[in-house]
Design a protein. Structure first.
Length: 96
C-alpha cells in the first residue's frame, strides 16, 4: 500500500473512526482518531513524515504505543510486538 492516506486509515480503522484533514499550507495533515466516547487521539503529520514510508510507520507505531499505554497495556509488550512485526507490513493493534 503506497498511498499514505490509505495506510494511515488502514492502521487505525478497525478500532477507530479516522479523520484526515489539511492542517497547514505546508502540506501537514491532522489525524484525528475517535470512538463512540469521542476523540481519543490527534496528531499532526508533516508532509515529510507522510511522504516517507519509514517515517510514516514510525508515526503510526508511536500513536499505537500511546494508545496502548492509555488503555493500560504494558508498554514493553507493545514495543516488543511492534519490534517483532517490523518489516511485515501492517502491525496489529489489539485494544484490551
Amino acid at each position: 500500500m503506497n498511498n499514505p492516506f490509505e495506510r494511515i486509515s488502514a492502521a487505525f480503522a478497525p478500532e477507530y473512526r479516522v479523520n484526515l484533514s489539511i492542517a497547514n499550507l505546508d502540506g501537514s495533515i491532522m489525524l484525528t482518531l475517535s470512538d463512540d466516547a469521542g476523540v481519543v487521539a490527534k496528531r499532526l503529520i508533516t508532509q515529510a513524515q507522510r511522504n516517507d514510508p519509514v517515517r510514516l510507520q514510525r508515526v503510526i507505531d508511536s500513536i499505537r504505543l500511546g494508545l496502548a499505554i492509555e488503555l493500560g497495556q504494558n508498554p514493553m509488550q507493545v514495543l516488543a510486538a511492534l519490534t517483532r512485526d517490523a518489516g511485515h507490513g501492517q502491525r496489529p493493534f489489539m485494544a484490551n
